[in-house]
Design a binder for this molecule. Structure first.
Ligand SMILES: Cc1cc2nc3c(=O)[nH]c(=O)nc-3n(C[C@H](O)[C@H](O)[C@H](O)COP(=O)(O)OP(=O)(O)OC[C@H]3O[C@@H](n4cnc5c(N)ncnc54)[C@H](O)[C@@H]3O)c2cc1C
Length: 377
């Protein structure tokens, strides 16, 4: 285990001050009625005004260098801010993907022009991003994507369909993973490329997929001969697999992988005698351990270490905890609906529960990543 995870790091006095500042800000926002704390707010709490309020505090684009309009702060500082916002159940979905993975990917693989064009707007909370990886027949096995990119004069033409695209109906852009060269069965990861697709481009159709509670969160994004100019090619043609897997390290290791149902856990702690004190105590202990693990990955990201298997460990354990909290809330309120606020948190946690261990890579697939790292398969 120790070889999988980076060593733990403690909060410095400066980080503790930052934590206090975020808590004070968030308490002020709740008191002012800006939002009602909820579960799973990093994917479902869409509130552009709140994102802009965070931007005004300097809490978006924290790790983006100042020459690109960012704040040049550390991954540990960003960790503190994001952890506090998630623990408070704040609505951070609007900017989440842009801030979490589009920005670091652009910094790593984007052209100078792309960085200048997109990063300042991400920092100001004006540009929202989505994830264009999954397709109707390609989820875990991403190398099987069938969206085709064909080179034309001045750019590329994309045809195909992405699915389960969270928030595409609110987003301005996403990175689409597409096959830019015919599939070679012996080298399935070759011939894939990433393109920055502006979601208002001609030929892009965003079709809603309604969840079982009627909510519109997911979309199918269809491309019909969509033109992507050369200046929106992301990174290198043919390097899409390498780029996507690098992006997934940012996607899998953060505090959103163990805090999605934290508001419910906090409500269970506060609820009068549920009769499940031991179990609640265990979940609180698991949360504390995951805080240390996820924080240590943030520290490793700071030092540009490869965190793919450490991120997988955090995600497998963290999303299992999120689901367990939802299940416990469900069981404890089954016969006695209790406090309506608690019941509302349970209802939403149970509704979102199936997605916790699927989104960003399923637990089965991530266990495979961990096993490979340990040389077990
Ligand atoms: C809430 C939510 C939000 C999402 N948002 C986005 C988004 O914004 N953008 C995007 O691109 N995608 C998104 N997804 C899609 C998500 O990434 C996929 O659902 C996920 O990668 C699994 O793919 P799949 O659904 O096609 O399942 P499949 O890959 O078909 O898997 C089906 C089952 O088989 C198992 N399985 C598959 N391969 C293996 C293997 N090699 N070893 C062991 N077991 C295996 C899986 O664990 C799973 O249980 C989202 C999903 C959810 C639930």
């Amino acid at each position: 285990m120790t070889s999988l995870l980076p060593p733990p790091v403690a909060d410095t006095p400066e980080l503790r001050t930052l934590r206090r500042d975020v808590r004070t800000f968030v308490a002020g926002q709740v008191a002012a009625g800006a939002f009602t704390p909820d579960v799973d707010t990093w994917l479902n709490g869409f509130d552009p005004a709140f994102s802009r309020a965070l931007a005004e505090q300097g809490w978006l684009g924290m790790t983006i260098p100042t020459e690109y309009g960012g704040h040049g702060r550390t991954f540990l500082e960003r960790f503190v801010v994001t952890e506090e916002l998630l623990a408070a159940g704040a609505p951070v979905a609007a900017h989440w993907i842009a801030d979490r993975q589009a920005a670091p990917s652009l910094l790593k693989f984007g052209t100078e022009e792309q960085k200048q064009r997109f990063l300042p707007r991400i920092t100001r909370g004006e540009l929202f991003w989505a994830i264009g990886m999954s397709e109707p027949d390609s989820g875990s096995d991403l190398a099987s994507v069938r969206t085709r990119a064909v080179q034309v004069d001045g750019g590329w033409r994309l045809t195909g369909t992405k699915v389960w695209t969270s928030g595409a109906h609110h987003a301005h852009a996403f990175f689409a993973l597409a096959r830019s060269a015919p599939l070679d069965p012996a080298h399935r990861h070759d011939g894939l490329s990433q393109f920055i697709v502006m979601l208002d481009s001609p030929g892009v159709e965003i079709r809603p997929i309604h969840s079982m509670n009627g909510a519109h969160h997911f979309n199918e994004v269809h491309f019909e001969d969509v033109f992507v100019p050369d200046d929106l090619v992301m990174g290198e043609i043919g390097q899409g697999w390498h780029q996507v897997t690098s992006e997934l390290s940012y996607e899998r290791s953060g505090p959103e992988r163990f805090l999605s149902s934290y508001q419910l856990l906090a409500a269970l702690v506060d609820a009068p005698s549920t009769g499940a004190d031991q179990q609640i105590g265990q979940y609180v202990a698991r949360t504390a351990a995951l805080h240390e693990m996820s924080n240590s990955v943030a520290s490793a990201l700071e030092h540009h270490h490869d965190v793919s298997s450490a991120a997988a460990v955090v995600k497998v354990l963290g999303t299992a905890l999120e689901g367990d909290v939802a299940d416990l809330g469900d069981v404890l309120t089954e016969d006695d609906p209790g406090d309506p606020q608690l019941r509302a948190l349970v209802t939403r946690a149970v509704m979102h529960r199936p997605g916790f261990t699927l989104r960003g890579g399923t637990s089965e697939v991530l266990r495979g990543v961990i096993a490979r790292e340990l040389g077990l398969r």
